[in-house]
Every structure is written in C-alpha cells, then in structure tokens.
Write a protein that binds this ligand. Structure first.
Ligand SMILES: [Fe+2]
Ligand SMILES: [Fe+2]
Length: 188
C-alpha cells in the first residue's frame, strides 16, 4: 500500500478530528525527522498511522486480540486508553501492510513509551503531543524544545504526561516509569 492509499484508508477508519490529528502528527514527525536526522519516510508512516486503532469498538478490539493472539499486559488492561497503541501496531501490519519493525515499534510505544526509545520512537511520541491541533498548558514549551533537541523535548513530554497522570490519580504504565528512569539515569 502506498502512502496515498494509507491516507485514504485511514480517513475512512477514523473520526474526522482524529484523522486531522493524525495528519498533524505526520507533519510534525516529518519535520523532526528532517531536523534530527531520522528516516523521513518512516516518520511519515509512523506519524500517520500511530492512532490507526483509536476508533475501534470494544468488540472490534476483542476480535483483533483473538485473531492475532495478542494478550495485553495487566496494566494495559487496567488502563484502557493505552490499548490502541499496541493494537495500532497490529492494524498497521495486517491492514496497512507495514512490515518495518521500527515503524511498528514507534506506533506500539507512542502512548506509554519504553526504555531505550529509538530516535523514531521519540519523534512520534513528541509529535503526538505537539502537533498543531493540540492545545493545553505546556504545549508551547514542548513545541519550542521540539525545534532544538529531541531528547529535551521527549524528557519534557514524559514529565508532563507523568505529572498529568499523577494529578488525575490514574495508573502509570510501568513502561512510562522505566522510560523516565532510563532518561534520568542517562542524564546524570
Ligand atoms: Fe494515540
Ligand atoms: Fe495520537
């Protein structure tokens, strides 16, 4: 499937707002890939498709898990909003024909992150929270950082996500904590 076909298919799979967000993430991911020296084509596809499983019904999610023998970890089960990321990697592979593991990883980890994030992982993670349709306190700080240093932008994005979740009193996926500790350790 070429990129145009991916876009068309995605526009049919997502709600309008979510599709606009996806185009925004795609554009930001491409911009950062150029700036920070990542593969621009991979950034385009990962950014475009990162939320490709976001608009599924619970039944469709269950069917996908069964069909592809995917068992979400306990924390993902307990925190439903993060499930669309690993499911997105499955949908991207089987419905959009993406075979590249780096792209699939960037989709898989765009919500909870992971230890040892690749450059592409970080770019998609940051693009997801800085794309032009995003509007929240702190977004401008992130946008500025995303023009200077992907590591600083990623650090700040994880910090904001953790702070937000702590304030809300919700589960923090262990991957996010691992990512955070990993960055802090390496920053020392
Ligand atoms: Fe997402
Ligand atoms: Fe997103």
């Amino acid at each position: 499937m070429n990129r145009k076909q991916m876009q068309t298919k995605l526009s049919e799979a997502l709600k309008k707002k979510r599709f606009a967000h996806s185009l925004g993430v795609c554009g930001e991911a491409v911009r950062m890939a150029r700036l920070f020296g990542a593969d621009v084509k991979k950034a385009y596809i990962a950014g475009l498709l990162h939320d490709c499983a976001k608009c599924l019904t619970r039944d469709e999610e269950r069917e996908l898990c069964e069909k592809y023998d995917f068992e979400p970890d306990d924390m993902t089960k307990a925190c439903h909003p993060v499930l669309h990321a690993p499911l997105g990697a499955i949908v991207a592979r089987y419905d959009y024909g993406v075979e590249d593991e780096e792209i699939l990883d960037a989709i898989r980890y765009h919500t909870v992150a992971r230890k040892d994030m690749t450059l592409l992982d970080k770019i998609v993670y940051v693009a997801d929270v800085t794309e032009p349709n995003r509007d929240y306190d702190g977004v401008e700080t992130l946008r500025k950082l995303s023009k200077r240093s992907i590591d600083d932008a990623f650090f700040e994005a994880v910090r904001q996500s953790l702070t937000h979740n702590l304030k809300k009193g919700v589960i923090i996926h262990p991957n996010t904590l691992e990512a955070w500790n990993d960055i802090c350790k390496n920053n020392k």
